[in-house]
Design a protein around this ligand. Structure first.
Ligand code: ADP
Length: 164
């Protein structure tokens, strides 16, 4: 049986923490489909096409990982992609509350789809897209925390959008 999981997120931008989640997910599933959410409400720094391109390039050497853009219900995307599960990563207890709500809501929407969590690698527990945006906009070096493609997109002077 071909077991597929959807790994949804904003990926603004994709980090090595995300890459690690996918790698761990591939121990549990045959394929991982990374769902890059439109999420205009979050005021992303990169538009969805840029975020998708970075994810695609970060996983270009993996046949069992594909990336798609999506808006709308995650459970609908799961069905479209033939996925049985949603994959998410946990860094710290602070992630739990939101993840718990999301997993519970998705289960209410569709009982058949399970949410599976993997734990962040210890040295990436502090890595978040938000810190990457902030540190790089202030000229800090994030080269050990993101796939190489992201460094090309994080041009000096690209500022994170102010939070509304
Ligand atoms: P969202 O906007 O849905 O939170 P993100 O792109 O920020 O999307 O994160 C997607 C998922 O990846 C979430 O489950 C998040 O907890 C997880 N994640 C993000 N960074 C890391 C990391 N460094 N290690 C493990 N999981 C992570």
């Amino acid at each position: 049986m071909n077991r597929t999981a959807i790994y949804p997120g904003t990926f603004d931008p994709v980090t090595l923490g995300h890459v690690d989640v996918v790698r761990r997910g591939l121990k549990l599933f045959d394929r991982v489909v990374v769902g890059v959410a439109d999420n205009p409400g979050k005021g992303p720094m990169f538009d969805v096409e840029e975020r998708l391109e970075m994810v695609k390039e970060a996983f270009s050497d993996a046949d069992n990982v594909k990336a798609v853009r999506f808006s709308g219900l995650l459970v609908d995307l799961a069905h479209q992609q033939g996925a049985h599960a949603i994959l998410r990563g946990l860094r710290a207890a602070s992630d739990f509350e939101y993840e718990f709500q999301m997993a519970t809501m998705n289960r209410r929407l569709d009982e058949r789809i399970e949410t599976a969590f993997v734990m962040a690698r210890e040295d990436y527990t502090f890595v978040s897209s938000r810190f990457i945006r902030e540190i790089s906009s202030m000229g800090g070096d994030v080269s050990e925390l993101v796939p190489a493609v992201v460094l090309r997109f994080l041009k000096p002077g690209k500022q994170p959008k102010p939070i509304a």
